[in-house]
Design a protein around this ligand. Structure first.
Ligand SMILES: O=c1ccn([C@H]2C[C@H](O)[C@@H](CO)O2)c(=O)[nH]1
Ligand SMILES: [Zn+2]
Length: 148
């Protein structure tokens, strides 16, 4: 992400925070996901009275983009309302991110200061499609069919 893209994504992520549905945690998170073709998809955390159903801002953004045909990303900006520490994506969102490759993850505080990382840096030893392919190849070599 260049500086101009980063500023635009910070604006979009912070602007979307007003739409967070967070009556339980009061954590107001907004994400802005930049596609390689320059489109921005925003997302917010959507909580539920059945707490475990909550979806984070990042996964909302990924799901919106993918469901509209976009799967190639330059970066994601995650804006929180916590002033004195950075909020980084939870485990589920890290796994969700690596599904779409290695790209920038920028966490931003209300004063626009940033912590820059990437999907792969945030998930060392990650499990991915490559592992599933390796298993399929091993099974094929051993003459295993999907049924056994
Ligand atoms: O990176 C993060 C971290 C937390 N949350 C949300 C989930 C939940 O609504 C609240 C507290 O966990 O913050 C996000 O959306 N993204
Ligand atoms: Zn998450």
């Amino acid at each position: 992400m260049n500086q101009e893209e980063l500023e635009k994504c910070i604006d979009a992520a912070q602007n979307s925070q007003q739409y967070a549905h967070c009556p339980y945690s009061h954590f107001r998170i907004g994400a802005a996901l930049l596609t390689t073709c320059g489109k921005i998809f925003t997302g917010v955390n959507v909580e539920n009275s059945s707490y475990g159903l909550t979806i984070c801002a990042e996964r909302t953004a990924y799901t919106k983009a993918v469901s509209e045909g976009y799967k190639s990303f330059k970066g994601i900006v995650v804006a929180s309302d916590l002033k004195d520490r950075f909020i980084t994506p939870c485990g589920a969102c890290r796994q969700f991110g690596v599904e779409f490759g290695d790209f920038e993850v920028v966490c931003v505080k209300p004063d626009r200061t940033t912590f820059k990382s990437s999907t792969h840096k945030l998930l060392p030893g990650l499990f991915s499609q490559e592992d599933l392919i390796a298993k399929a190849q091993q099974d094929e070599k051993e003459g295993k069919t999907p049924q056994n």
